[in-house]
Ligand binder design. Structure first.
Ligand SMILES: *Cc1c(COP(=O)(O)O)cnc(C)c1O
Length: 406
């Protein structure tokens, strides 16, 4: 399977340490050679030599738009619909408050009870800020279309969903849910944290309104890389600038005392972008210019299928349960299992050179990034997992020590 893999050559573009199987690209993607080279150039030539001149000469001032357009190609957006800015959490706040203000007279944010905590927390902050009876309505997982149909009434302003569940990897039907919410007059916000760079996404084909996502997961932009924000062209003139900072002004260098929002996606920018991090993300995105997302998806699904098949065949522990959908079309680019000893098992795996991660309460998560993983990696990872479960070494006390980041 590795010999027939059309993406096999991509691994050489990454700077992965030897002797390691990296199944955590859904939390932090690896360093690529392009990023290493770009960082050296940005530091030495652009910052070191160019200094302030580099805002113009090196194009720092519109780097966020260029990087945004590169991401746009991966998520079905047109040029000018995506910009890189801030963190995913902050971008969620911007679109949540913006969307609530676009639907005066409606007061409810509908989302999933199992959504990623920051999405829930930012929704809580948004309704607290706006007051006026705004509140959140939670749909219990596992959510299906009927559960959302019941929750979306004429009081619903926004449906906010993460397309790929961060724990189970369950994939929502973006087009169907978008249509359902819009038929009831609501706007839809998609969190693409586990979608961008993981599978083909087509925001415009789905008629999506607003979206956000991460730069440091499957896009490999580096720790704390800035995030992205998408506003469909048809909403760009209408959505208020929630965080009305100077770089989102129509004319920042006019230094006017009154805020006037920039046209288009630019009003989603607040302050000065972190150029070092942004340049790293932009360099990481170069790789994606050559990637066919359908080819990527095929490999991602095959990697996941192989993982599940090998666990079914080789792991005897009855407490290990697959919590990802078995149907590859309902799964993002990860497989996840539950086990009461989940934390210790993940720690034992890491010590054996297989890096996945643990999520509360009992979830072992394995990210499958087709750009740098091969089928033999999956084979070896499942063999390590089977061995650790069979001999019980994960019960050793050292593996129970909880670190700050799991
Ligand atoms: C990783 C993740 C985030 C991260 O938000 P930050 O502001 O970058 O920390 C947000 N939403 C989801 C669904 C995620 O998985």
């Amino acid at each position: 399977m590795d010999a027939a893999d059309p993406l096999a050559g991509m691994r050489a573009r990454f700077d992965l340490p030897g002797g390691l199987i990296y199944l955590d690209g859904n939390s932090l993607g690896p360093l690529s050679h392009a990023v290493r080279q770009r960082m050296a150039r940005v530091l030495e030539a652009e910052w070191g030599e160019g200094l302030i001149r580099s805002w113009n000469a090196a194009g720092w001032i519109d780097l966020a738009q260029r990087a945004g357009d590169r991401i746009g190609r991966l998520i079905g957006a047109e040029p000018g619909e995506v910009i890189v800015a801030d963190s995913t959490s902050i971008n969620l706040f911007k679109v949540l408050v913006g969307a609530l203000r676009m639907r005066p007279g409606r007061s409810v944010i509908v989302t999933e009870a199992g959504n990623f905590p920051t999405d829930l927390y930012m929704a809580q902050g948004s309704v607290a800020l706006l007051g006026q009876g705004h509140h959140i309505r939670l749909v219990e997982a596992p959510a299906d279309l009927d559960a959302f149909r019941d929750a979306l009434d004429e009081d619903c302003a926004v449906l906010m969903l993460t397309q790929v569940d961060y724990r189970s990897g369950r994939l929502h039907d973006m087009a169907a849910l978008t249509r359902l919410a819009q038929d009831r007059g609501a706007l839809v916000i998609w969190d693409l944290a586990h979608s961008a760079g993981a599978l083909p996404v087509d925001l415009n084909a789905a008629g999506a309104d607003l979206a956000v996502g991460c730069g440091y997961k499957y896009l490999n932009g580096g720790p704390g890389a800035p995030a992205f924000i998408y506003v469909a062209h048809r909403h760009q003139a209408e959505i208020p600038a929630t965080l009305s900072g100077w770089l989102g002004h129509a004319q920042p260098f006019a230094f006017e005392p009154e805020y006037r929002p920039a046209p288009g996606i630019l009003r989603q920018v607040c302050g000065t972008p972190p150029i070092l991090s942004l340049a790293a993300l932009d360099a990481a995105l170069e790789i994606w210019d050559a990637v066919d997302m359908d080819v990527l998806r095929n490999k991602s699904q095959a990697l996941g299928q192989l993982f599940i098949d090998l666990v079914d065949r080789d792991v005897q522990d009855p407490e290990l349960r697959l919590i990802s959908p078995r149907d590859p079309d309902q799964r993002g680019s990860q497989v996840a299992f539950s086990h009461p000893g989940g934390y210790g098992i993940v720690q034992a795996l890491i010590q054996a050179g297989v890096i996945g991660d643990f999520r509360q309460p009992d979830v072992l998560r394995f990210g499958l990034a087709p750009l740098y993983l091969g089928y033999a990696d999956i084979w070896d990872a499942v063999r390590a997992l089977a061995g650790i479960l069979a001999d019980g070494q994960w019960r050793r006390p050292e593996f129970a020590q909880r670190a700050a980041v799991t």
